[in-house]
Design a protein around this ligand. Sequence first.
Ligand code: UD1
Ligand code: MG
Length: 488
Amino acid sequence: MKTIEKNRKKGLAAVVLAAGKGTRMRSSVAKILHPLCGLPLGAWPIEAARAAGAKPIVVVVGHQAEEAGLALSKAAPDARLSFAVQEEQLGTGHAVMCARREIEASKAGRVLILCGDVPCLTGSTLSRLARAGEKADIALLTFEPAEPGRYGRIVRDERGRVTGIVEAADATAAQKKIREVNAGIYCMGTGFLLRALDGLTDDNAQGELYLTDLVELASKEGGKVTAVSAEEEEVQGVNDRVDLARAAKMLRARINDKLMRGGVSFEDPSATYVDAGVKIGADSMIAAGAHLIGETRLGTGVEIGPCAVVQNSHLQAGAVIKAHSVLDSATVEAGASVGPFARLRPGTVIGRKASVGNFVEVKNARLGEGAKSGHLTYLGDADIGPKANIGAGTITCNYDGKDKFRTKIGRGCFIGSNSALVAPVSIGKNGYVAAGSTITQDIPEGALGVARGRQRNIEGWTSRTKAKKISRPTPGPSRPARRKRRRS
Ligand code: UD1
Ligand code: MG
């Protein structure tokens, strides 16, 4: 008991087993790298371990180890991560052996061991397990699934004490009937773990080094094993894409519930897709079908219309994004309005109270405060001053087939409809462009640029044309007749 007390004082590390390929995903991508609500699958249990206070967190990687290391480090910047490589997947016990050096170096008294494919596991359940681990050599999460299937069965003695785990492949018919199963998530005393690992053998149906055998070893040497019960939906692993979709649904509900409790309204949370990293201010309204992706941040009172897709964008207080708009790496300042059916591409800034309407595409451009572009327009590589008004059908011609150039439109300018502004070109403050112009030269402040054919009206043209049509000679012979004539 004394050594167990010491464990508690010495802190908590974690090992996340993630070297497996995930054959049942039927994918060229390692299982832990599959995206799940904005994070790679493997980042979710890492975050749970971090929330439970584990540091360092040693991730055992194998398949696509390099990609996994990069993706997980990026996705879990707040966790103190280190990586151990398991070249060959010789079993869960062997995977932990591969992290031996990191476990020793951590000097932690207890180690949480969990799998990389249990994304729905919460920090609070892990904390509960870690607390049980303060007074045990092994504390493990168990649950009773509707279908025990491939899970390891928990074997208890007549006094109810856990004495071992039998893998489904090794279980007798009677053991297969045991309802309580192993979630594969443990908290072990470091001293016990490092010593006992050496006692594992691969004498079993799968010829693997089973981590689960440590339970029997602990029990046999009179150590303490504590089972902590967990909910199936939390500890269920992801093995295939059906499981992945189920996990996504659950995590989405958690994300949305948390946001709603923080003052955000959802028209239909079950039909709204918000990534884990998205932040939304109170009194924002999110319509059904919206996708809020990546590093998106919304201020207070933002409205997101039906089926809008907002990725890595920053929407300030009171911004309104109307139905079916698509935003990527854009900033929409306070009170501005976008859409419906607008597209904001990277580098776009829509200034305060500015508005961009339907079928307007903006890229690497800034619209100043109160500027307007209501309809059918392309604004690429442009600086548009405050209060400017961009008529329907305006195009900034930013590309000459080789290089990109900027268009500058000053404060209060008015660009008539269906104008092409051939960059580089600049229009001074309060300048006007006559509708239908193709502007290739700068327009000075306050001037009107007209660049189109001058209109002339031809009097009586209609009636003369009609008269010509009427006086046309009567039609010639029918087609077959003509052909016959040619042949003759
Ligand atoms: C394991 C448990 C089983 C438990 C189940 C819960 C063992 C022997 N069995 O079985 O009792 O009910 O989890 O889901 O531990 N991994 C490696 N390297 C390896 C093998 C596995 O990193 O050599 C990783 C996998 O990537 C995965 C995790 O360990 O994240 C679990 O491995 P898996 O093969 O799925 O174990 P199960 O057979 O499910
Ligand atoms: Mg498994």
